[in-house]
Design a binder for this molecule. Structure first.
Ligand code: SF4
Ligand code: SF4
Ligand code: SF4
Length: 287
């Protein structure tokens, strides 16, 4: 069973002056805040966590702010603007460990689907006055800009994995975050396979575990929000999915919250390219 990269404070040696309670920061970029809320949702453990760490930056929960340094910085969201690219570089420089949380930060998120389209066209469709908006041509994962020490996957992240990560952090051990397929969780839970029993397309065989096979448990196929597992055989799954659907439909199945992850991106490109069409802008007389 594989684990994530170690995040124990001792991996690179303790930061000079590291306090007893690690200084933790949580910041966001282009995201919906849902992954940050997962921490607040750990209601039974919140007080115990607060007693073991020094939460110095978490705009979602406190008005007390800090620009660093951080022993561990959790980063939510993709990097979508030039300002964010500068900010993440600055934050990396003051963080001993940097941990990305959620599909936006680890894979670009749903907003990365715009990466297949012309930047100016998308801006014109979305914003009435695109000239006021400064955005990068692509929304990309944090790891494309700075070194990342560990990541928590999902949209949103799993409370159980976040709990495991925090416990590992405060006890100085390596977190146990397995890199298995969602299918294994179906088997453990006794969930009947929706692909086999109902013919519903499911990305579970190539998607990393962590959600408890949430979607199959409710009769839905997995759409890959935890992103591809290591060595995921996406080509084989795509071939199987192609038996009873068009190439563009197969590509669209991979075009979800982790579409920009290289293995899923390759399947989208190999099966019809961009997932959908940008609606052309209509000229209006509105001033
Ligand atoms: S990964 Fe999902 S829940 Fe987390 S910030 Fe992005 S959109 Fe929100
Ligand atoms: S429902 Fe999906 S995740 Fe579950 S066993 Fe079937 S293919 Fe795998
Ligand atoms: S089953 Fe797939 S899409 Fe559903 S929560 Fe789990 S990883 Fe995400």
């Amino acid at each position: 069973m594989e684990t994530q990269a170690p995040i124990t404070p001792g991996r690179r040696g303790p930061r000079a002056g590291t306090p007893q309670r690690p200084r933790i920061g949580i910041v966001k970029f282009a995201s919906c805040d849902g992954c940050q809320l997962t921490l607040l949702d750990l209601e039974d453990e919140l007080l115990a966590i607060a007693a073991r760490v020094d939460l110095v930056e978490f705009a979602e929960a406190t008005s007390h702010r800090s620009a660093g340094p951080f022993d561990v910085l959790f980063v939510e969201g993709s990097i979508s603007t030039p300002e964010q690219a500068e900010d993440i570089a600055r934050l990396r420089a003051v963080s001993h460990r940097l941990v990305t949380i959620g599909a936006c930060a680890t894979a670009g998120g749903i907003q990365a689907i715009r990466n297949w389209f012309d930047h100016e066209e998308v801006r014109a469709v979305v914003y009435p006055q695109p000239g006021y908006v400064d955005s990068l041509a692509q929304a990309r994962p944090v790891a494309d800009f700075v070194a990342v020490d560990a990541e928590l996957r999902g949209c949103p992240i799993s409370p159980a994995q976040l709990r495991e990560f925090l416990v590992a952090l405060v006890t100085g051990r390596r977190p146990q975050l397995p890199d298995e397929a969602v299918c294994l969780e179906c088997k453990r839970r006794g969930v009947v396979c929706v692909a086999v029993a109902q013919g519903i397309p499911c990305l579970g065989p190539v998607t990393r575990t962590g959600c408890g096979a949430l979607c199959p448990a409710y009769g839905r196929g997995c759409y890959g929000c935890f992103g591809p597992r290591e060595s995921a055989n996406t080509a084989s799954l795509a071939k199987w999915l192609s038996d009873d659907r068009s190439a563009s439909d197969v590509g669209r199945l991979f075009a979800g919250f982790t579409a920009w992850s290289p293995p899923f991106r390759a399947m989208i490109d190999a099966h019809g390219g961009p997932p959908g069409q940008v609606i052309p802008v209509k000229e209006t007389n509105d001033a």
